[in-house]
Design a protein around this ligand. Structure first.
Ligand code: EPU
Length: 451
């Protein structure tokens, strides 16, 4: 096991934490490359004829899963000289043995992105059942429709997807029904080596997608981003390798910022970048949080006095991202008045609110769209709007982590609460938060693995 894997497994094997709350978090944490970019840049390396070098790679479970999966497909993945660098050599890509890939079924959503690269390299691909957080139905219909438009033949079997491209892949025109992050990445990773031009309308344009486009451009791809969410890709026959430093994780940065606010503390998030957090910073300011942008990161703190309630909708970029929603709601439990949060990206991303109520928060969840814009979930009976009444005095409780962001939010809530909480299932958090336990301890949090 590499040092990197050992570090991840240390954090993912801790299952239960005893949290003694009531102490403000104070200090510094550093964020590294984004969880929602790094595994995809690793997949992009499969498209190249030469090795790629990716730096600023965090030690998180999602990176380990993709590393294992790439290795099963013949990609050599080695730790670089610097501790946070991976060298990916795709010169011997091969079909992995089915039982080996099936071991990864349910572990992550990234495998679906291997379709295009494996089709280009081998002419066929097998993708096991997908995992990821249970925050909604999370269908893959857009992915499969797009692959079919490129000329792929997709066969759904009980064990997973068998995909082939008997006549190769050809550029096409695709319009997404919703600007899906994963499908935009799917199209990019397939179109760059398809024959001819691909036009993608209603594309997602998250900073992590722009960073993936930078990776692909370094490899020799021709991609232009036009106004109105249109991306055009001119396919090329061959791609080389890349040398790239991953964009920092804006979700993790936002999580620590909310932790500072909810606990009345002050956290300097090293490497956080203003440009990726612009929408978040506006909301942080409106709630009453303070921040200072420096060349090395952003300092976030609770300036004292009361926090202000607000109304907010999650949205695709450049809107307020859905992954910031849960940590922010914890901070909103401490704001004075009624806050309204309308989740418009996932239909089931408020399930964690029940546990916050058990900690003493006043949160009511509704199936109506409580926002300016009616969303796709309004008439479908999904509990996707929340009204939070604050400030509430939180107290300790027994909690079980539901998903990645919800789980981290439980930790923040338990730290903001008076008394002891027991949080079960914290291993999930290691999927996306590097060394979260060490970072919490560095900030003065009283957290201990339960015996
Ligand atoms: N959707 C479909 N059909 C599809 C694909 C998506 O209906 O084929 C729907 C989804 O059900 C959802 C919406 O489109 O309602 C948006 O999904 P999207 O495809 O954008 O999400 P994703 O690519 O599966 C990534 C991140 C998520 C993040 C979202 C939105 C990764 C691995 N995951 O998911 O991150 O919330 O984009 O920004 O990049 C997290 O980090 O905790 C996390 C869940």
């Amino acid at each position: 096991m590499s040092e990197r894997s050992e570090a991840v497994s240390h954090h993912s094997t801790v299952d239960t934490l005893v949290v003694s709350g009531g102490t403000p978090l104070v200090g510094e944490v550093a964020v590294r490359g984004a969880k929602n970019l790094v595994p995809k840049a690793m997949v992009a390396a499969v498209l190249g004829d030469y090795p790629s070098v990716l730096s600023n790679v965090p030690q998180i479970r999602d990176v380990e899963i993709v590393r294992n999966l790439l290795e099963l497909h013949g990609v050599t993945v080695a730790d670089g000289e610097a501790a946070d660098t991976l060298v990916l050599d795709p010169s011997r890509v091969e079909q992995a043995a089915l039982p080996d890939i099936e071991v990864h079924a349910g572990a992550s959503r990234i495998p679906i992105l291997l379709c295009g690269p494996l089709l280009h390299r081998l002419g066929h691909a097998f993708i096991p059942d997908l995992g990821g957080c249970k925050i909604g139905d999370r269908p893959i219909n857009f992915h499969l429709d797009a692959l079919r438009q490129f000329g792929a033949v997709v066969e759904k079997r009980p064990e997973g997807l068998h995909i082939s491209a008997p006549r190769g892949l050809t550029g096409t025109k695709i319009e997404l029904a919703y600007p899906s992050v994963g499908t935009t990445e799917q199209v990019l990773l397939t179109a760059v080596r398809a024959q001819g031009v691909t036009e993608l309308r209603n594309a997602a344009v998250e900073p992590e997608i722009i960073d993936l486009i930078c990776v692909l451009q370094k490899m020799g791809a021709i991609i232009s981003i036009d106004t109105d969410r249109i991306i055009r890709i001119t396919g090329v026959e061959r791609l080389g390798g890349y040398i790239h430093e991953a964009v920092p994780d804006r979700m993790e940065a936002g999580s620590w910022a909310c932790a500072a606010l909810a606990t009345g503390g002050e956290v300097f998030v090293r490497n956080a970048r203003q440009v990726d957090l612009m929408t978040f910073l506006n909301v942080y300011r409106r709630v009453g949080g303070a921040f200072q942008v420096t060349a090395d990161g952003i300092r976030f703190w609770h300036p004292g006095g009361k926090l202000d309630a607000l109304a907010l909708e999650t949205d695709v970029h450049p809107g307020f991202m859905t992954d910031w929603q849960q940590p922010l709601v914890v901070a909103l439990t401490q704001a004075t008045g009624l806050s309204i949060v309308h989740e418009t990206v996932y239909e089931n991303r408020l399930g964690y609110a029940d546990a916050l109520v058990r900690l003493g928060a006043h949160i009511q969840v509704y199936s109506e769209c409580l926002g300016a814009t009616p969303c796709r979930f309004g008439r479908r009976n999904f509990s996707h709007s929340a009204v939070i009444s604050g400030p509430s005095s939180l107290h300790g409780a027994d909690l079980r982590v539901p998903d990645l962001r919800g789980g981290f939010s439980y930790l923040i809530a338990a730290l903001a609460a008076q008394g002891r909480s027991t949080v079960h299932g914290v291993g999930i958090i290691a999927r996306g938060y590097e060394a979260f336990l060490t970072k919490l301890e560095d900030l003065g949090a009283q957290v201990e693995p339960a015996c």
